[in-house]
Design a protein around this ligand. Structure first.
Ligand SMILES: [Zn+2]
Length: 287
């Protein structure tokens, strides 16, 4: 399916892929996490995607959070895009578009191929003309989005299906499963590089890998070199957030120094984001 509209999301991913880099997408649950991501992005000169998890968006105040991220993203020195992650129904996607998000992930990965394609096409057909970018998922990236648990990898994406799906759905980005999982890897992660390489050659849409937390830096760099244009990162950011709170809470509580507690969180999370952006190719390369 040919789509005339180029979305900002698609443009940012396309530019990164051409430059041999990948865009980092980081789940943020509040403005401290957001601040950490935006500061790291500015230092690295990297465009970033701020992910709103569906659980955050569906909770009371979720629309306010998405709008707040969108408002705070404006005026950044780098491109900061807001994306609703893993949305399984059109109603939720429509609400997110109404809040001004730059992109949505239409997650039909639990559906059979044909139904996933039909769902994704419908979303792409309604969202892309409005300038809202669309990411879909083919195969199953297992694991919980908001809680960490040991996870075995799910059904791998078939390269032939990826090609057909990307061509027929007209999406800006396709999330694939090549042994990557959400949360913690059970044992040493083992990605199927040949499968990834074959899909890169066949899919007209840039590919994304979810579950970049826990993948060694060498794997991330290798995936970028094989054409992965977007990584979703969540678990490692939450670990840094909790780590900072554990370290700081005791002595900050004595003085009720809330600002100091928040600063510690931002610093710890920012460090993780910078390390990921470096692995994705944004540091140590000529622009
Ligand atoms: Zn995901």
């Amino acid at each position: 399916m040919e789509t005339a509209t180029e979305t900002r999301f698609g443009e940012v991913l396309g530019r990164a892929r051409e430059a041999g880099r990948a865009v980092g997408a980081f789940t943020c649950y509040d403005l401290l996490g957001f601040e950490a991501v935006v500061r790291a992005a500015a230092i690295c000169g990297a465009p970033v995607v701020v992910l709103v998890s569906p659980s955050s968006f569906e909770a009371e105040g979720g629309e306010r959070l998405a709008r707040a991220f969108g408002a705070a993203a404006r005026g950044s020195s780098v491109d900061v895009l807001v994306q609703l992650d893993h949305a399984r129904d059109e109603r939720l996607i429509g609400r997110a578009a109404g809040c001004g998000v730059d992109a949505v992930m239409a997650d039909g990965s639990k559906l059979p191929f044909g139904e996933n394609l039909a769902f994704t096409r419908t979303v792409a057909g309604s969202m892309r003309p409005r300038g809202v970018g669309v990411e879909a998922e083919l195969g199953r990236v297992e694991g919980h989005e908001d809680e960490a648990g040991e996870t075995l990898s799910g059904a791998m994406t078939a390269p032939g299906e990826a090609e057909e799906f990307a061509r027929e759905s007209g999406v800006d980005c396709l999330a694939v499963a090549v042994g990557n999982v959400h949360g913690h890897y059970s044992g040493t992660p083992k990605l199927d590089w040949r499968r990834l390489e074959e899909m890169r050659g066949r899919s007209p849409a840039p590919l994304s890998l979810h579950g970049a937390s826990g993948l060694p830096e060498g794997d991330l760099r290798r995936a970028v070199s094989l054409g992965v244009a977007k990584f979703n990162v969540n678990t490692e950011l939450r670990a840094a957030y909790f780590g900072s709170l554990e370290d700081e809470l005791g002595h900050k509580a004595a003085t009720l120094n809330l600002k100091g507690l928040g600063n510690g969180v931002v610093e710890e999370v920012q460090e993780v984001v910078e390390a990921k952006l470096s692995a994705f190719g944004w540091i140590g390369k000529e622009s």
